[in-house]
Design a binder for this molecule. Structure first.
Ligand SMILES: NC(=O)c1ccc[n+]([C@@H]2O[C@H](COP(=O)([O-])OP(=O)(O)OC[C@H]3O[C@@H](n4cnc5c(N)ncnc54)[C@H](OP(=O)(O)O)[C@@H]3O)[C@@H](O)[C@H]2O)c1
Length: 374
């Protein structure tokens, strides 16, 4: 497995708006939900307190469902004081789940096949629906477009338990198979998100672009404004997750913004529109980026080099999920809400972005680019 896969996995580890004219997903979803409220479900979430979990918890509660959490009680455990918390570590013991009964389980914290197999085996008789949060990183290098039938990444030693940039994808693929084997495909939903973006994201991969824009001045943008990218807003993923439970949608789904609907130029426009910044974009071509290893170390998050081995990851077919009801809100809304959330964070969190180009590296690259094009 070469460096590129390692870089690809690191960037993906570890995400216009497809809105029919006049339809703003958030609003119509509410109307739909309120007009046909589903019978309250008892939902167990394995996790629930990191990034995607809180959005799922809030959406399930907003729709009148009952939510229990299972985690170690270490992460943000002040978030949901009124919810039943079953404390345990997937790595060592699921005793807290024994004897429980729920309508459905959402598995957010499943990375290690053995652990996922253990929870699926235990819960197979305790729930009627197992929803596993996987990732597009399960896919092996594939031709465009990547569909749910595209080949999956594999690993020689399937007993590996350390999650690295290399093992993450193949391990998640094995986790999917373990759930299917224990619960059965007719009671399982597998969601494969691409970059999950929005308020609460801990990786800053999407957040880098509007936040760096806010700093203004000359800013390096990779490739061309036409370069295709994909993401999924965390709230759209949460909505679709609860939809799947309410309407018993089973199967495997890529959860992404539709192919070729979102481009680097759109991300630029969104970033400018929601920051009102005085930023001058400098589009730097893909060859300069290769020659100068600009993307190394997550320097250009979300963007895939068009000639790169993993260019296909910007062409993941999401039509199956869209047909099943996944709605993608306007990307400008994701940008706006991400910046609003960012502005609520403490300085020690916002001082340094966790992804993207550092100021010195960017300035040096821009100097070299201008020299080269003088
Ligand atoms: N972020 C992305 O762009 C992206 C893209 C594709 C797929 N994904 C998938 O999204 C999921 C991650 O989402 P998230 O972290 O935001 O989920 P989350 O449900 O919000 O948070 C992770 C939860 O897992 C719990 N947890 C962690 N290790 C545990 C253990 N050993 N035993 C029991 N509980 C444990 C944590 O609580 P404690 O620490 O208190 O135990 C926390 O509640 C993963 O499955 C990942 O593969 C993410």
């Amino acid at each position: 497995m070469n460096n590129d896969r390692r870089r690809f996995l690191k960037t993906s580890l570890l995400g216009g708006a497809v809105v029919a004219a006049g339809c703003t997903p958030g609003a119509d979803r509410q109307q739909e939900v309120d007009s046909e409220p589903s019978a309250p479900l008892k939902i167990l979430i394995l996790g629930g307190t990191g990034f995607i979990g809180p959005h799922m918890v809030r959406e399930a509660l907003r729709r009148g469902h009952e939510v229990s959490l299972f985690n170690r009680g270490r992460t943000n455990n002040e978030l949901f004081p009124d919810l039943e918390l079953l404390v345990g570590d997937r790595n060592s013991g699921l005793q807290a789940l024994e004897g429980g009964k729920w309508d459905a389980v959402v598995d957010n914290s499943g990375y290690v096949p053995r652990q996922v197999e253990d929870s699926a085996r235990l819960l197979a008789s305790a729930v009627s629906h197992y929803l596993y949060i996987s990732t597009i990183s399960v896919y092996a290098v594939s031709p465009v477009p990547i569909t749910e039938e595209s080949p999956l990444a594999t690993m020689e030693d399937e007993t590996v338990e350390e999650v690295t940039g290399e093992s993450y994808g193949p391990m998640k693929a094995l986790c999917e198979q373990r759930v299917m084997a224990q619960v059965g495909a007719d009671r399982t939903t597998v969601l494969r998100p691409t970059y999950i973006c929005g308020p609460g994201d801990r990786t800053d991969r999407y957040t880098y672009w509007p936040v760096r824009t806010m700093r203004g001045g000359e800013m390096l943008w990779p490739g061309t404004p036409e370069d295709d990218i994909q993401m999924i807003d965390v709230r759209d993923l949460a909505n679709f997750t609860v939809d799947c439970l309410e309407t018993k949608i089973f199967g495997t789904f890529n959860t992404v913004t539709p192919m070729r609907s979102f481009k680097m130029g759109d991300l630029l426009e969104d970033s400018l529109a929601v920051t009102d910044a005085d930023m001058t974009p400098v589009w730097v071509d893909k060859d300069f980026i290769s020659e100068n290893e600009v993307a190394e170390g997550g320097g250009l998050p979300i963007w895939e080099h068009p000639d790169g081995e993993f260019a296909a990851l910007s062409y993941v077919d999401g039509s199956r999920a869209a047909a099943a009801g996944l709605k993608n809100r306007p990307t400008r809304e994701t940008a706006r809400d991400t910046i609003s959330w960012w502005k609520t964070l403490p300085a020690d969190r916002t001082d340094k972005l966790r992804a993207g180009l550092g100021a010195d590296k960017e300035a040096d690259l821009l100097r070299r680019w201008h020299q080269q094009n003088a």
